[in-house]
Design a protein around this ligand. Structure first.
Ligand code: CP
Length: 316
């Protein structure tokens, strides 16, 4: 695995899961692996979980870790090629990325969709330039269209909490006051399609995910029908893909509450966090005994540590 930007970069998903579980049991067993290696985490956007868990993952492996909030301490970056740089951006990403690569052994990058242009976002222009020009392995800490470290942690969480070999896993859209990227649902659907779980995606019409992520999976537009017999409910809001970046609905009947959870198979409730209470999910569900949002967030540490360990192994 040279870079980690999607589930497809893993050589063996089962082995990756086993490694993450092994690291969870004994997080410090590979502390000499990262000696004299530097992890540099570049954030174009805010973060709580990704920032802290990836940092801790590097520390657990004995790495030196640098966190760089590029929009606060760095020069404003031009990301388009071929432009005359007479505006407010004094540095081009084409130089910045290879320079950053000279100061570290692995780069983590967080760069959300900008919602200015669907093609630009779906071409992954920012993280692809890191992959192309950094000269060191790149880990996506959420890019425009995927959040693979989150999906890895989600998979790990389902494996730990499932009570049957083939659980029914439902991803449901939920309302939100702002337009949010499709990275988490895209990535989750793509990742779950690598498993033999029963996967159902439910959302109002107009919120269909990109065909490259859904494949032959058809959405269920009836949320109550989707929830019937579910073992896991994963809630997330996202903006429209077809009417790109638009909020088409704020229908709070889609907020996950006891009403929908009642028709599930005593389902566990999941969300990547941060979550808007009583928009995405009712207080009663997220505070209830079936909410596993905190263990899910805890697993972000072990998905990140597994990915970093696999990269460090290749440097030996
Ligand atoms: N789930 C997640 O990526 O959280 P942060 O945005 O806080 O990193």
């Amino acid at each position: 695995m040279k870079h980690f930007t999607s589930v497809h970069d893993l050589d063996n998903l089962d082995e990756a899961l086993k490694l993450a579980l092994q690291l969870k049991k004994d997080p410090y067993q590979f502390q000499s692996l990262g000696k004299n290696k530097t992890l540099l985490l570049v954030f174009f956007n805010s973060s709580l979980r990704t920032r802290l868990s990836t940092q801790k993952a590097g520390i657990n492996l004995g790495m030196n870790v640098i966190v760089f909030d590029i929009n606060e301490g760095g020069w404003k970056l031009e990301t388009e090629l071929g432009v005359i740089m007479d505006g407010d951006k004094p540095e081009h990403i084409r130089e910045a990325v290879p320079v950053i690569g000279k100061y570290c052994d692995i780069i983590g990058v967080r760069s959300f969709a900008k919602f200015e242009n669907r093609e630009d976002d779906y071409q992954e222009k920012i993280i692809q330039q890191f992959v192309d020009y950094a000269g060191v392995p790149v880990v996506s800490m959420e890019a425009a269209t995927r959040h693979p470290l989150q999906s890895f942690a989600d998979h790990l969480t389902i494996e730990e909490h499932k009570t049957k070999a083939r659980p029914k896993v439902v991803m449901t859209w939920a309302p939100h006051p702002r337009a949010l990227p499709q990275a988490v649902p895209n990535s989750f659907v793509e990742w779950m399609r690598q498993t033999d779980y029963e996967l159902v995606v439910t959302h109002p019409e107009g919120y269909e995910l990109a065909p490259e992520f859904m494949g032959d999976l058809k959405p269920e537009y009836d949320q109550m029908k989707a929830f019937e017999g579910a073992d896991f409910i994963y809630a997330k809001s996202w903006a429209s893909y077809s009417d790109y970046g638009q909020v088409l609905s704020k229908d709070r009947s889609w907020t996950v509450s006891d009403r929908q959870m009642a028709v599930t198979n005593n389902a566990k409730f999941m969300h990547c966090l941060p979550v808007r209470r009583n928009m995405i999910v009712s207080d009663s569900v997220i505070d209830g005994p079936n909410s596993i949002v905190v263990p899910e967030a805890e697993n972000r540490l072990f998905s990140a540590q597994a990915v970093l360990k696999m990269m460090l192994d290749q440097m030996k």
